[in-house]
Design a binder for this molecule. Structure first.
Ligand code: GCB
Length: 583
């Protein structure tokens, strides 16, 4: 479902604000008719994770209810009305005026239900959402998997280190669209000499035959083309002469407006191409280096909740370091963030929440495969028109069998390969215009990497391996990179490298955890890759310190590999990045 837009043909009512909230640890709320209203509620902010809003909820991941009442404008009568949730972590069920409408599984992507037939026109409508984020082996990402696979136990027992924030993380919006409305738009852009080509496919919700128009506006350009819908669909080819191409340095966006008999929708379109040639990634036919960060949606009080000022601040800080790229580690970020990235010129590796996939028993794997495919489908449908998105990442660090010696390695390698290939194939089939990859741990079998367009390596030489011995670590990094390149001859992005650093801790000599150590660690990495033409990108882990699960690896429940603190103060390493990256 297209991002909610307000115009003369479409209306929206954003239900962000305080909602009534109540936990339901015994899952008896439905029987107690909480879908009609809560009995002992307290206020909670939407969007926002519940864990950071109340101290007693910090570790709560069970079922909880959100309820809000609203009138619906009478002008919406006779139209389709949808309730759209930007994201709810992890499983969400929607009720309108006590009627169960539907459920959605998966924590970071939008979903919408039509609620037209359940509206009350002369009174308030009660919207109830139940949400839970229990950690289960069959979910994506998975949790509560026997710890033999991951040697260091954490609390909560995730298979990853970021905190499993729960709740309604993005806006809940009511939408009113006409009887026949624009349901989906796909725009693929190509470059022909100095011209831009837009291949546009549009689908209406009804299989009608009618005429429509496409308009492209930007600078001196104003192009109009008539199209004919057959069976509610149309395909069009538009040429923008002497086009301004979108890039990280010049993120120019055109307005593409689609008008039908009853509806209108405007998309921001960046005309650009992305491809791989030998060991380089080419943006608009020219080599580009993706330098920036792995990040998290994470902040004090809002948790993983959409925080618009923070988005502006973070993009501005990234630019200050000279970054032009980031990965949405380890799940899709908000739609608002993708819009900002289009506008600010960031090159994005867009990742589904398949963190630490394990190829254990067939039953669990089948469930996870189904969920991963669903998330690829939903993510590509949501983000396929963003110029900023250049690479789809179908996983972060699937666990190599070597780390799980109890099960026969070869079978696991094959199972993993089949799983990962199925995901890459799906992403390519849905979107042949972008690159596909996953972020690989050291020791990942070669068979798994075979189908990646770009090799994304997560490496911690000088931290988890050869910690404190930077000279040896950097030599080992250099040797490994050369070997990987000689094996594959594909572009390489170092998608993670980093060192935990306690802001304000200094040392001479520069010991681990000090700001000096992180600064030298990052400087060393950047010096090594400056000698390698095949390095297509460097993403420091992490942009900012972030909330983690508790373990002996994480001081105060924080991952401190940020070059900024959680409150966005720069550590010494941020200045080092600036020296290397700001041109
Ligand atoms: C990784 C993971 C990332 C962790 C990081 C770390 O390899 O991909 O999610 O936060 O290591 O700091 O250990």
């Amino acid at each position: 479902m297209l991002y909610p837009q307000q115009n003369l043909f479409r209306d929206k009512l954003d239900l962000s604000g305080f909602w009534d909230f109540q936990t339901d640890p015994d899952q008896t709320g439905e029987n107690k008719r909480w879908q009609h209203g809560l009995n002992e509620s307290r206020p909670i902010a939407v969007p926002g994770s519940w864990n950071e809003q109340y101290e007693d909820l910090y570790h709560y991941l069970g079922l909880a209810w959100y309820v809000k009442s609203t009138y619906i404008p009478p002008s919406w009568k006779g139209r389709h009305i949808f309730l759209r949730v930007g994201s709810a972590c992890y499983l969400c069920t929607v009720y309108v005026n006590g009627v169960k409408i539907g459920s959605h599984e998966g924590g970071h992507l939008p979903f919408a239900f039509e609620i037209t037939d359940h509206i009350r026109w002369n009174e308030e409508n009660r919207i109830a959402l139940s949400v839970e984020n229990e950690l289960k082996p069959t979910r994506v990402p998975s949790g509560n998997i026997p710890s033999a696979l991951l040697p260091i136990a954490s609390f909560p027992q995730t298979t990853y280190d970021f905190f499993p924030f729960a709740g309604i993380h993005r806006p809940v919006v009511l939408l009113s669209v006409p009887q026949t409305f624009i349901e989906d738009i796909t725009v693929i852009t190509e470059i022909e000499g100095i011209d831009g080509i837009l291949k546009v496919s549009i689908r209406l919700n009804n299989p009608v035959e009618e005429k429509g128009t496409l308009r492209v506006n930007g600078g001196d350009i104003a192009i109009t083309q008539t199209v004919t819908f057959t069976g509610g669909r149309t395909d069009a080819l538009l040429t923008v002469p002497n086009a301004c191409f979108w890039s990280d340095r010049h993120p120019y966006l055109y307005d593409l407006t689609i008008s039908t008999d009853q509806d209108q929708y405007t998309l921001k379109v960046g005309i650009r191409s992305i491809e791989v040639e030998n060991d380089r990634i080419l943006l608009n036919g020219l080599p580009v280096t993706m330098q920036g960060f792995g990040r998290h949606e994470d902040f004090i009080a809002s948790g993983k909740g959409l925080n618009l000022p923070l988005l502006i601040k973070d993009h501005q800080l990234m630019r200050w370091t000279g970054a032009n790229s980031y990965r949405t580690s380890h799940y899709p970020y908000s739609e608002e963030e993708m819009q900002l990235a289009d506008r600010e010129g960031f090159l994005i590796i867009n990742e589904i929440p398949a963190v630490s996939l394990q190829f254990d028993n067939d039953e669990n794997m089948a469930q996870r495969l189904r969920l991963c495919l669903q998330q690829i489908d939903e993510l590509i449908e949501r983000d396929k028109n963003h110029a900023s998105v250049v690479i789809w990442s179908i996983a972060n660090e699937p666990i190599p069998p070597k780390l799980n010696p109890e099960i026969e390695s070869n079978i696991l390698v094959e199972k993993g390969q089949h799983f990962l290939d199925t995901l890459m194939e799906r992403a390519r089939k849905l979107d042949p215009s972008r690159l596909v990859t996953f972020a690989a741990l050291q020791g990942s079998p070669e068979a798994w990497l075979k189908n990646c367009d770009v090799l994304c390596l997560n490496r911690y030489w000088g931290w988890y391996t050869l910690g404190g011995q930077l000279d040896l670590a950097l030599a080992a990094l250099e040797m490994e990179l050369d070997t990987v390149w000689e094996t594959w001859h594909k572009p390489i992005i170092l998608t993670e490298f980093g060192a935990d650093t306690l802001a304000g801790l200094h040392g001479h000599p520069d010991l681990m955890w000090t700001e000096e150590y992180q600064a030298e660690y990052i400087r060393g990495h950047l010096e090594v890759v400056a000698r390698k033409t095949y390095i297509a990108g460097m993403h420091v882990w992490n942009f900012a310190d972030f909330a983690a699960v508790q373990s002996i690896m994480r001081v105060g429940g924080m991952n401190m590999k940020g070059v900024f603190t959680r409150t966005r103060g720069p550590k010494m390493a941020a200045h080092v990045l600036r020296q290397f990256w700001v041109k």
